[in-house]
Design a protein. Structure first.
Length: 479
């Protein structure tokens, strides 16, 4: 398992390392050495003979000056482009040690490789002025681009401004940064490597699960076992959009749960007969002992927003003792009629909103959610004692204490119904005894991997949610 940290955390880690006796210039020297190694390897791999470092006046620029000095002293063909007028003390010190070519204007010459050393984790506003011109130069150069620490223009939460470097490779210093994984970070960072420069983490970070972490939740099954050994998952579906219920149930059948029950409203029941022979189908009119007896319940997929649904949710929260997954219209109903209902619960609760749904729940803007998805989700989960799976291209999972950023996914999942597949997979995973936080991590990871496999086979445009379901088995066996 890896861990990823916010920009604010990384600044605290830097301060702690310096306070513990690691001089800032020593850390900069280590960062520059790691960057120089990455540039040298890239040049060799590409068959390129020249590199241009584009440096700012802060410590990120200092890393670039150190790397350029090391390569210049080794006889490599390098140059530095720097338009800064002010420099941090450490950057000024290492700049003075660099004796190679130093450019004060954007060159017409083309370089095979450009290294972005303009901004690091300290950027808190969109790039402008001369720096914007430098970013445009980098992006329009046609060169292979390596970003130092973060692509310039990428801010907290993985938000890229209108002006942002699009890197082929990012060498991030000390620890993995959340911004590289979240939102736009997945598009602008390229290949990510972490350089250990002696900055230990002194706070908990977001978990980034890997194959082995997920595989642990699929142990080899005993031969002497039966369907009752793996729990009962129940999907409680209304009749507004029938496809959502079927997609969720299909995914649940792939989760490993012993029973998948699809409980539908009267108007949907005739249309559901025979559609999913492997699922237990029944009509429901009210919450009853059969529903309350399930190990995990999922509610809201295709249900429509209504006061009646709110009453059902309140009844489940009060009387149900398993794990309750609330998705789609269940979330919209809670937003419309009151989130306070979440505080009165006897069961474990998992919410699976996308950013717009979460903005309604948290009574904030989508922009605020995207700017700090980890912080926003963690605060909400802690306040109500629930687990939140905040869906996006890189979903955030938190129970208010632990946080995870899911690393898998594909643009092929950007279709209506993918969330229903996730909820079905999640409720089935919960039903077989996996705790909510871990179940959300497992389900998110497998959905993302299935999307990747579907895209590899069918392209990013063609796969629909049914195709994603078809690749869930391959996703699990590929762990």
């Amino acid at each position: 398992m890896k861990y990823a940290y916010s920009n604010q955390q990384m600044r605290r880690f830097d301060e702690a390392a310096i306070a513990a006796g690691a001089p800032a210039l020593m850390l900069m020297e280590r960062a520059g050495k790691a960057l120089a190694q990455a540039v040298s390897e890239a040049c060799h791999r590409l068959g390129a003979g020249d590199a241009l470092f584009v440096c700012g006046g802060g410590n990120n620029g200092g890393d670039g000056f150190v790397a350029a000095r090391i390569l210049h002293e080794a006889g490599e063909e390098v140059a530095v482009l720097c338009l800064a007028q002010k420099f941090s003390p450490d950057c000024a010190a290492v700049k003075a040690q660099y004796k190679g070519e130093l450019l004060g204007r954007i060159p017409r010459r083309r370089y095979a490789l450009i290294v972005d050393c303009l901004f690091g984790t300290g950027l808190a506003r969109p790039v402008g002025g001369e720096s914007a011109a430098l970013v445009d130069f980098i992006n329009g150069s046609g060169a292979y681009v390596i970003a130092c620490d973060l692509p310039s223009g990428l801010m907290e939460g993985g938000i890229a401004g209108e002006i942002c470097v699009r890197a082929d490779e990012t060498v991030t210093m000390g620890q993995l940064k959340q911004a590289l994984l979240l939102s736009d970070g997945a598009d602008v960072a390229g290949k990510i490597s972490v350089a250990d420069i002696g900055i230990p983490a002194v706070e908990n970070g977001a978990e980034v699960w890997e194959n082995a972490d997920v595989k642990a939740f699929f142990p080899r099954r005993r031969s002497n076992t039966h369907k009752g050994s793996y729990g009962t998952a129940c999907i409680l579906a209304g009749g507004a959009y029938s496809g959502a219920a079927f997609l969720a149930a299909c995914a649940c059948l792939k989760s490993g749960a012993g029973y998948t029950k699809l409980c539908v409203s009267g108007e949907l029941y005739p249309h559901a007969i025979g559609k999913l022979p492997a699922a237990v189908l029944r009509e429901y009119k009210a919450i009853d002992g059969d529903i309350l007896g399930a190990d995990a319940l999922a509610v809201g997929m295709g249900s429509g927003v209504s006061e009646q649904l709110y009453v059902y949710i309140a009844e489940l929260l009060t009387n149900y003792t398993g794990t309750l997954v609330l998705d789609a219209d269940a979330l919209n109903t809670i937003s419309a009629y009151g989130t306070e209902v979440l505080s009165k619960r006897a069961c474990r609760v998992v919410l699976t909103p996308h950013p717009k749904e979460f903005s309604r729940l948290a009574e904030c803007s989508v922009k605020e959610v995207l700017a700090d998805p980890v912080g926003m989700a963690k605060e909400f989960a802690a306040r109500f004692g629930v687990t939140v799976l905040l869906k996006n291209n890189r979903s955030v999972i938190t129970d208010g204490v632990r946080v995870a950023v899911n690393p898998t996914g594909s643009p092929s999942l950007a279709k209506g119904g993918s969330g229903d597949v996730l909820s079905g997979l999640l409720v089935g995973t919960c039903a077989r005894g996996v705790q909510p936080f871990e179940a959300a991590c497992v389900a998110s990871y497998l959905l993302g991997r299935a999307g990747e496999l579907a895209a590899r086979e069918m392209g990013e445009y063609a796969p629909d949610p049914s195709d994603t379901i078809a690749f869930l088995a391959a996703a699990q066996t590929s762990l």
